[in-house]
Design a protein around this ligand. Structure first.
Ligand SMILES: [Zn+2]
Length: 339
């Protein structure tokens, strides 16, 4: 266990700032953490937020969770980092403004690299190595709308037990969808270094790790915050860090399992009007959206397969290559059979 986490005495809650660099004017760049060490032994759980600086529902829920937790009622250790990319957070944007990198593609980080690589290194080696369980809280991008969903990633066959545990915890956390992706196949659903994701690198270190997507980006959604707060508490009860007397009721969202996802990108530009929204099920051929260019020419976008709409764009202006929808396929129904 890293020294910062280990030095918190049993029965104590410590809040502090982990310095990761300096600004030209001399100000420190630091990550604020809350570490709550229970009186009784137990596992260590790390709830991380705002690895993307404009994803706000998770950090707000983590601050509410910190208020509710009392170390004397905890068995184990809880680490909260509400805002893990303070530079992107201050800039109200996804990526770190200083090196334009996506912090979530830099793990396990580099102590002598760019700022994002250094932040990733500190997060991973100070909090990640201390944790048995890691939940990384995201939202969809700030031009998009989506209901809460979870994402678990299968990396390698020999890591299957931890992956299955992550799947079980994701279901307990709750969500409208549970995306369970096979990274052992060639999976090209998002651009960039997907093996640099925090949850991927954490699994390679033997941790149980997954992502939660907590609604829309760039705004505070009280419903999504409440959903997240209850999800974190359910996990802590399931892992026996908290007594079951504190267990919130199970999530009421439908929890459909998604095995494969794809973005539908715009090939044309102009104004977007959409016919479906996040949470909808669409049959192959269904009209999803139209884009009208400035000559008045309309282009229809239709579903290529039967799919669930995971996220939809909420920005009415579209250019070539913009993402219109994120669609999910290959699900099992509640009985485990193919629909
Ligand atoms: Zn994110």
């Amino acid at each position: 266990m890293s020294r910062l986490v280990e030095q918190v005495p049993p029965g104590k809650a410590v809040k502090g700032a982990l310095v990761v660099g300096q600004r030209a004017g001399g100000e420190e760049i630091s990550i604020i953490y809350h570490i709550l060490r229970g009186l009784n032994p137990g596992p260590t759980v790390w709830f991380n937020g705002a690895i993307h600086g404009d994803e706000l529902n998770g950090p707000i829920a983590l601050l509410q969770l910190s208020q509710k937790l009392q170390p004397e009622q905890i068995s184990g250790t809880i680490i909260l980092t509400p805002v893990s990319n303070p530079l992107a957070f201050a800039a109200r944007q996804k990526n770190t403004p200083h090196d334009l990198l996506d912090l979530d593609q830099q793990f396990p980080g580099d102590p002598e690299g760019t700022l994002s690589q250094r932040i990733a290194y500190q997060l991973f080696h100070v909090f990640g190595t201390a944790a048995d369980y890691i939940v990384d809280s995201h939202t969809v991008g700030h031009d998009y709308f989506g209901q809460p969903y979870t994402v678990t990633k299968k990396i390698r066959q020999d890591l299957q037990p931890a992956f299955e545990q992550a799947q079980k915890l994701a279901e307990i956390f709750g969500g409208a969808f549970h995306c369970s992706l096979d990274f052992s196949e060639n999976l090209n659903e998002v651009p960039g270094n997907v093996y640099g994701f925090l949850d991927v690198q954490a699994q390679l270190q033997g941790k149980v790790a997954f992502m939660v997507e907590l609604g829309a980006g760039g705004i505070h959604q009280p419903d999504a915050v409440r959903f997240a707060l209850e999800g974190y508490q359910r996990l802590l009860v399931d892992l026996k860090l908290l007594s079951s007397k504190k267990n919130p009721p199970a999530s009421k969202l439908p929890a459909i399992s998604i095995k494969k996802r794809y973005y539908l990108y715009a090939n044309t530009a102009g104004f977007l009007t959409f016919s479906v929204q996040a949470g909808d099920f669409v049959k192959k051929g269904t009209l999803l959206a139209e884009v009208t260019d400035l000559y008045g020419q309309k282009t229809a976008y239709r579903a290529m397969h039967d799919a669930f709409v995971l996220i939809n764009r909420n920005n009415a202006v579209v250019e070539t290559g913009d993402r219109l929808f994120f669609l999910g396929e290959s699900w099992n129904d509640a009985n485990g059979g193919k629909k």
